[in-house]
Design a protein around this ligand. Structure first.
Ligand code: ARG
Length: 466
């Protein structure tokens, strides 16, 4: 298109020749901000309609502008639009093409507007749309977890602290912990949408405009709740991008923790779950191997998403009001984080739905390592009235005896146990079994299957409405 011209069409008046190649390379953003084409066209159509409604431009010019912009939209979508690096960014690429298509009327579109408010509105629209996509994906993942939780509300497994078996829990309870985590992400993304739902359009370069524009009208036309109240803030704010990245980094961290567990659980040493073939790969040299690549990549990609948050925070920390070209660096972080998070959510949802749970291996592990020692101590407190500290001590001796005899705590005989505390009765064996241990933890939020099922029911209702 206009690559033939030597100086830039939009601001090239005072330059004798085109920008040096290096300047062009560092300055241009078209290679990545072309992603904003639909938002840019939407914003421009809304702006032009407002300009016509307020009498700033004629209806005839507005119609030409809208028609031209719709043609450009089709060209871009059909892949026939020629993007030019010399025209820097998506805004000027579209405006230059509009001039090719409709002539001088194109020049009226930028009345009472600047690329500063234009880019701010484009990126906000894009991030807002992405937030809705993330919310849907999160709901999908939460539903997949709820299904597995329901299926395994009573499947016992070891619960860990310090990565050491601590007390038996259920796999359903474990899944529900992630439901809580991803639900917080869902609430964070909804909060972010609420706050970013304000339009910067009409702030112009930074100070507003002397034209009688209608910012409430364009805000509404673009689906925003209201216009931003301060023109300086309108063009300089990137909190919406930071909040998106913050939410994405926290969500990615949750995904990474679950991925890490899946990786551990799918080792032959644990054998708690088996990933389906679609989410694992074989080794080219070791035929026995099945590697949890998708989970590893979810874990690995988390670094990238968090990096984008730190990257943009670092760009923004040095920005005096209002706009500076540094802020052009916001887009690649946001786009890559969004693409990465979408993929991570999809992969995790797939893994959660597809993985095979080995309940027998979980149960076996839950019973090892004297996992019901706390139940024994609690029984001594409850039934014999021992102070907890003393009960802890008695239980410690029972564990030592079991170690000495190389058996599990529940395999000690009544005589053995009575040699430590004569008050112990056969009733003790009911709490030493893992299933009973789990069943007894009925405190609110506890691991008892009855409690877990209550939480599943409540979340199912909430998610259906979310
Ligand atoms: N490509 C620019 C960006 O992404 C658009 C805004 C340019 N504004 C300016 N005053 N040079 O930030």
């Amino acid at each position: 298109m206009s690559d033939k011209k030597t100086s830039n069409q939009m601001w090239g008046g005072r330059f004798a020749s085109g920008p040096a190649a290096i300047m062009e390379a560092i300055n241009a953003s078209i290679s990545f901000d072309r992603k904003l084409y639909a938002q840019d066209i939407r914003g421009s159509i809304a702006h032009s309609e407002m300009l016509a409604q307020t009498g700033i431009i004629s209806t005839a010019d507005q119609e030409k502008i809208a028609h031209g912009l719709n043609t450009i939209l089709k060209e871009i979508e059909a892949g026939t639009f020629e993007f030019s690096t010399r025209l820097e960014d998506i805004h000027m690429n579209i405006e230059a093409r509009l001039a090719d298509l409709i002539g001088p009327a194109a020049g009226r579109l930028h009345t009472a507007r600047s690329r500063n408010d234009q880019v701010a509105v484009d990126l906000r629209l894009w991030v807002k749309d992405e937030c809705f996509r993330v919310a849907e994906a999160l709901k999908g993942l939460i539903k997949a977890l709820l299904e597995r939780a329901e299926e395994h509300a009573a499947t016992v497994m070891p619960g860990f602290t310090h990565m050491q078996a601590a007390q038996p829990v259920t796999f359903g309870h474990h899944c529900m912990a992630y439901v809580e985590m991803f639900s917080r992400d869902l609430s964070r993304v909804r909060d972010a949408i609420e706050r970013m739902d304000e339009s910067p359009l009409g702030a112009a370069a930074l100070a507003g405009t002397s034209f009688p524009i209608d910012r409430h009208g364009t805000a509404k036309a673009l689906g925003f709740r209201e216009p931003m109240r301060n023109s300086l803030d309108s063009v300089s704010d990137r909190d919406f991008a930071l909040e998106f990245l913050g939410m994405a980094a926290i969500c990615a961290t949750h995904l990474s923790r679950l991925a890490e567990e899946i990786i551990i659980w799918s080792t032959p040493q644990f054998g708690f779950v088996r990933l389906s073939d679609s989410f694992s790969t074989g080794s080219s040299i070791m035929p026995q191997k099945k590697n949890p690549d998708a989970a590893e990549l979810v874990r690995g990609k988390t670094g990238r998403v968090t990096g984008h948050l730190v990257g943009l925070l670092t760009v923004m920390k040095g920005m005096p009001l209002t706009y500076g070209k540094d802020m052009q660096e916001d887009k690649e972080s946001v786009f890559d984080a969004a693409e990465t998070l979408d993929l991570m959510l999809a992969a995790m949802t797939g893994m959660v739905s597809d993985m095979t749970v080995n309940a027998a291996a979980m149960k076996k592990a839950a019973g090892s390592g004297h996992a019901t020692a706390t139940d024994l101590a609690d029984w001594l407190v409850r039934t014999l009235g021992l102070p907890f500290r003393e009960a802890h001590h008695v239980t410690g001796r029972a564990v030592a005896l079991a170690e000495e005899k190389k058996v599990g705590l529940e395999k000690l005989s009544l005589e053995d146990l009575q040699s430590i505390n004569p008050g112990i009765t056969a009733d003790i064996f009911s709490v030493l079994a893992v299933q009973n241990s789990v069943k007894s933890r009925t405190s609110f939020g506890g691991t008892a299957p009855s409690e877990v099922r209550k939480q599943i029911r409540a979340w199912k209702k909430r998610i259906a409405k979310a």
